[in-house]
Design a protein around this ligand. Structure first.
Ligand SMILES: [Zn+2]
Length: 109
């Protein structure tokens, strides 16, 4: 994968970004590129959640899977922006600051 491209396209949702003037640009900092896949922030989040759900044992209830996905999402956001306040991460994950704090505490222990 080259460091610069005129347009970057998300492998998953096909959204693309590039400069107005058509000059090559670096992958946006909020995007991720790994394993030959380029993912926009929305898809990176979605994938973090799905990976956690897929990793759960088959007998895991739907409720527990939803909980796992939410935790994975919060972990993803904390990993992406460790300095971000809990409130900001909570908004990004559509959850409460308390839930973010709980995950953060767990990660730090
Ligand atoms: Zn995408």
């Amino acid at each position: 994968m080259s460091a610069e491209a005129v347009r970057w396209s998300c492998t998953r949702c096909a959204v693309s970004v590039g400069r107005m003037d058509g000059e090559p640009t670096l992958l946006p900092t909020t995007w991720s590129g790994a394993d030959g896949q380029i993912l926009c922030l929305t898809c990176s989040r979605a994938q973090a959640g799905e990976t956690a759900m897929d990793a759960a044992p088959s007998e895991t209830s739907r409720e527990d899977r939803v909980r796992l996905r939410r935790t994975a999402l919060i972990e993803f956001e904390i990993d992406r922006a460790p300095e971000a306040p809990n409130r900001t991460i909570a908004l990004a994950c559509r959850t409460s600051s308390a839930a973010v704090l709980a995950v953060r505490t767990e990660l730090e222990s």
